[in-house]
Design a protein around this ligand. Sequence first.
Ligand code: NDP
Length: 278
Amino acid sequence: MDRYALIGHPVEHSKSPLIHATFARQTRQELNYQPLLAPLDGFSDTVRMFRAEGGRGANITVPFKIEACSLATRLTERAKLAGAVNTLTFINGDIVGDNTDGIGLVRDLLVNLACPLAGRHVLLLGAGGAARGALFPLFQTKPVSLTIANRTVERAQELRAAFAPHAGQTAFTAGSFKDLGGWEFDVVINATSASLEKQALPLPNNIFAPDAFVYDMMYGAGNTPFLAWAQAAGVTRLSDGLGMLVEQAAESFALWRGVRPKTTLVLNSLRRKLASKG
Ligand code: NDP
């Protein structure tokens, strides 16, 4: 049976094995997908061993996405731009690195949540790996403007410099949270890990255009702290990042198996499971 793995540290609470097992059943693919804990100083050895034992590919999670980028012998354009890899495919002698996080986010917004991005004013909060992975796929949807804001403003500015050549017709600006006063956005995406730390972002609460859509890449049983804050500020269209998780998995599955699984049933079932734990 073809073998795949999720390699990270920690990995035991990941939903990816369940998602990929469901995709495999749905598309009648014979495969095995297991979590694989790598020691913090042993990522590349873990990948090499898994490959030597017949592994066909792997998803990579925290904290190894950047290391996976260096380990890959070939990178897709979007992985090169993201500077991070969440999907490895072992093809003949090559380790091919790709990044499906950004396209997962965009598919969740456009397809699952019916939130158009073309012609909209988009705000991306954060300048870490997730924000970096999202930028290129976001530009491809042709928003009229994309603003990136981060606690450490220099990191937002670095991203602006790196991605400006890929912005196309989109007006692309970078700044700090306090620079956002007086601006309104149609779509606000939180790619910071502040919700993980249960911390509020120091944002003005009048940054939302009428009918704005607010998205938090983090997910959980109920509203994340960021979504709760947006709701208190009057926003009614909200989503967490569970759909992004499922969509990035579907994209990896399609890369490996050549068939794209349907995501709606998996997403609904995960949502019910999360809610029952809440
Ligand atoms: P990184 O560690 O690479 O980046 C963290 C970012 O959050 C930085 O911009 C950092 O700012 C900012 N930040 C952290 N704490 C705070 C705070 N208290 N206040 C303000 N800003 C803060 O993380 P990732 O980019 O990998 O992940 C970001 C989020 O996205 C996480 O919640 C993660 O779970 C989620 N995610 C979800 C995915 C999904 O499939 N749904 C996939 C990937 C990520 P600074 O630069 O100033 O330190």
